[in-house]
Design a binder for this molecule. Structure first.
Ligand code: ADP
Length: 818
């Protein structure tokens, strides 16, 4: 019983009883024993299987493996056991990989190999539930032996590799290796798994058909109970699509970033003499051709009537040249013109699938012109300005099948946007330049006109005064009697002469204002006083035509202004309101108060101003067509009025309805009022000790601002020794001085008729008044002060607003010397 042979029968009986499948082969590889467990598991019966070659029940792919196992076993004298996973073929053809212990022994030149199929081992792959799972999984699963020879693959593995299971079993998994991964990659992989660790990574494998696929894989060693590695398992997910997509996204992101940077750069480029709009177009078309897969890029602009498209630039990518291109017309390309001026569409795609008729039309045209790109695929984006299509940007590929990707469409639109932006900038620059030129021209013309008018007016006034003077003499019959028709004719001469004089005076006034040659004396004005005065002056005009004047201006409201000039403003407005009124109509003047602004409204029930003429209202010499009527005027009044109001820091507006009347609103700066701050001071007014109270003093005050007149009157009411004489005008003041011979004369510099300086000059010429003290009063403290006043010949200067104490001390000083 020392050798295996002797005990053969005994072992066979025992082995037959075991449920573990056991197979014994002889030296020739013939099956000599096939126990019950093996028969049941693999489905063969004893008669069929005995003396069949073992290779007929082990998958052919495992033949080399098996041969090497047997060879190895034979070489060893001692019996040895090798563990392996072998692919057995069942009777029904199914291949199952089974963990197998292979033992062999040789005695009496007889070789026996024993296979024990370890079905109960956990590492076996024929556990039905596990097998079902693995077969169904959409993960590619592969099992190899310790050398990397494939002993199992699942259907998903077959699908992703392109090989069948039969083709793979027994082959080394190297078969799938591609050159896309370097040596180091595989070395690292092998060193990881052969040391018993799990490896994770992405393979780039080669399919049977030579194409590549990406597999995100995990490879792990399979160990036996003694922790020996007996094989490797791998699971891989085909991530080819994902990787490709990621690569595409990366590529796209890069392109988008490039585009964005390019667009920002182009948008911020400013146009100049050195870098013109055409330079810009050339640069952007070159880059556009690069970013979008186009052979030719065109920028075309419509003419005004939209029946012609003119190329601005045409760029050919392959030749890298810019060409002029052809002008196309609506007659030549009716379909294209119809489409190109589209309202809403962002893109127009023209190729074999989109708008084929249009493609043919363009191809025919190209042929007629002898152009080679007959039948291109085109993407056309509109250039819009103010929502209107003004041109197009066209990308052409010399391939009628070319489809434009979404990215390319978006790029094209972005580029069109930038071109439009630059085009608008370019047009703006062009327009601004033209505007500046026009304005400069107008300004210099206006300056020339102003100078001319003011010179001419002076020249005209002198002879006109002579004409009027002599006509007056003739009319008054001072040079002899006249008959009725001569008198009538002279009346006309005088009337026209006066109109001419008024016109000349107004032109002079306007040119003085326009050239900034007037100075205003801004003071606090009691608006109610000013309006009352204006109404009194205008009333005769109104009475004749039965027009009522309603004064709604309350007392106690002050505005900042130049008294004389503000009066002029309201005289103009009120006389217009009467002049352009209906008989029996009305004029109402009222105010609207707010914190900082006082609005004075002059409303009339007159003929009104048509809407379309309102904007010409303040233009000098424009009478809005009234020159044809009997209403006389010069058309300058409102121009002057507006300028004066603005010089006083205010503004003027008008609302009007033709046939119903107009309202002129003058907004002025609100003032504190001179009385408020002076009421306190007024209480302290007492007679001065230096003044002789038994004497009567006469003071003449020439002043047009009613508020100041009232204030000074109030002050002297407390001084019974003083008799105050007042005048609102220079000339009347001089007359009063002659009659009353006052002890002291106070002259406001800004007077409505002649200036305070002229009043002084004339007073100084009067012998009887040569010792009379004359004091200047003015709100224009910039233009006037004590020194300047003395230089001009005044004795002293009192600034406005009047400070009661200072005022009285100066007055008393002169009175005590009188
Ligand atoms: P003028 O009265 O000398 O023609 P203005 O400059 O004062 O010139 O006014 C310009 C024009 O505006 C007038 O010719 C007249 O047509 C129109 N206009 C002015 N005020 C009124 C008004 N209150 N109602 C209707 N039209 C007016």
């Amino acid at each position: 019983m020392n050798n295996f042979g002797d005990r053969k029968i005994f072992w066979e009986e025992i082995l037959e009883i075991l449920s573990i499948p056991v197979i014994i082969i002889n030296r020739d590889g013939e099956i000599v024993f096939f126990n019950k467990g093996a028969r049941e598991f693999l489905g063969y019966n004893e008669k069929d299987i005995i003396f069949r070659k073992i290779y007929t029940i082990i998958s052919a792919s495992a033949k080399p493996l098996l041969e090497s196992l047997i060879k190895k076993a034979e070489e060893k004298s001692e019996p040895s056991i090798v563990e392996n996973i072998l692919p057995f073929v069942k009777k029904d053809g199914e291949v199952v990989s089974i963990h197998t212990s292979f033992a062999c022994a040789s005695s009496n030149d007889e070789f026996y190999g024993i296979f024990v199929l370890k079905l109960k081992n956990r590492k076996d792959f024929d556990l039905t539930w596990l097998k079902a799972l693995v077969e169904q999984a959409n993960v590619a699963i592969e099992v190899t032996d310790a050398e990397g020879n494939i002993i199992y693959v699942n259907p998903e593995f077959e699908r992703s590799s392109g090989y069948t299971r039969e083709e793979l079993l027994g082959k080394n998994s190297r078969i799938l290796k591609s050159e896309k991964r370097d040596k180091a990659f595989y070395e690292e992989l092998w060193s990881t798994i052969s040391s018993g660790k799990v490896w994770k990574g992405i393979f780039i494998n080669k399919r049977k058909d030579g194409t590549f696929y990406y597999a995100d894989a995990v490879i792990f060693p399979i160990k036996d109970d003694n922790e020996e590695i007996i094989g490797y398992g791998s699971m891989g997910v085909d991530v080819t699509e994902k990787v490709k997509m990621e690569e595409e996204i990366k590529e796209r992101t890069k392109k988008l970033e490039e585009l964005q940077a390019f667009l920002v750069k182009m948008a911020s480029k400013s146009l100049s003499e050195e870098y013109t709009f055409i330079d810009f177009v050339k640069e952007i078309l070159e880059k556009a051709a690069e970013l979008i897969d186009a052979d030719k890029v065109l920028m075309l602009m419509f003419n005004e009537s939209h029946d012609q498209l003119k190329p601005i630039d045409v760029y050919f990518k392959r030749e890298k040249v810019h060409k002029k291109g052809f002008i196309t017309t609506k007659e030549e390309l009716p379909l294209y013109f119809e489409k190109a001026k589209r309202e809403m569409e962002e893109f127009l795609i023209i190729n074999k699938t989109h708008n084929p008729a249009l493609m043919e039309e363009l191809a025919r045209f190209a042929q007629r012109c002898g152009v080679k790109d007959v039948g291109s695929s085109i993407i056309d984006v509109p250039l819009r300005s103010n929502k209107e299509v003004i041109g197009t940007l066209s990308f052409a590929k010399f391939d009628p099948d070319k489809e434009w990707s979404l990215d390319e469409q978006i790029f094209a639109k972005y580029i069109a946007d930038i071109v439009t932006l630059k085009l608008e900038q370019y047009n703006k620059i062009k327009m601004e330049k033209a505007l500046i030129e026009a304005r400069e021209e107008a300004e210099s013309a206006n300056r020339a006109k102003t100078t001319f008018l003011s010179q001419m007016s002076h020249e005209l006034r002198t002879p006109l005064n002579a004409i009027l003077g002599f006509s007056q003499l003739l009319y008054e019959e001072m040079l002899g009697p006249l008959n009725e028709s001569q008198k009538d004719a002279l009346k006309d001469v005088l009337k026209s002469g006066h109109h001419l004089l008024e016109l000349i005076n107004e032109i002079l006034d306007l040119s003085k204002i326009e050239s900034g040659r007037i100075t205003l004396s801004i003071e606090d004005i009691h608006i109610s006083d000013l309006i009352t005065e204006v109404i009194d002056l205008s009333r005769p005009l109104a009475v004749n035509r039965g027009i009522r004047i309603i004064n709604e201006v309350p007392k106690g409201v002050y505005v900042k202004g130049d008294y004389t000039r503000l009066k002029q403003v309201f005289i103009n407005l009120l006389s217009n309101a009467i002049k352009y009124n209906k008989d029996e109509g009305y004029v109402e003047i009222g105010i609207e108060e707010s914190d900082k602004i006082i609005k004075v409204m002059v409303e009339d029930s007159g003929i009104g101003i048509p809407k379309d003429k309102l904007d010409r209202l303040f233009n000098p010499f424009d009478r809005l067509g009234r020159e044809a009527t009997s209403l006389e005027g010069t058309g300058i009044g409102l121009a002057i009025t507006k300028k004066l109001v603005e010089l006083m820091g205010g503004s003027i507006e008008v609302k009007s309805k033709a046939g119903q009347g107009s309202t002129f609103t003058v907004s002025l700066i609100r003032a504190e009022g001179i009385f408020k701050k002076m009421e306190r001071d007024m209480k302290d007014i007492r007679s001065s000790e230096h003044v002789d109270k038994r004497k009567k003093y006469k003071i003449l005050y020439i002043e047009d601002n009613l508020s100041n007149l009232k204030l000074v009157t109030k002050i002297f009411l407390k001084r019974p020794e003083v008799k105050l004489i007042t005048s609102g005008q220079g000339r009347v003041g001089i007359d009063l001085a002659l009659t009353h011979k006052p002890d002291l004369i106070l002259v406001d510099i800004n007077l409505p008729d002649i200036s305070g300086h002229e009043v002084l000059e004339r007073l100084r010429e009067i012998e009887e008044l040569k010792d009379t003290r004359i004091i200047a009063i003015s709100a224009d403290v910039l233009g006037m002060n004590k020194e300047k006043a003395k230089k001009k010949g005044f004795d002293d200067f009192i600034p406005k607003p009047i400070d009661v104490k200072q005022f009285l001390s100066i007055i008393d000083n002169y009175l005590s010397r009188a």
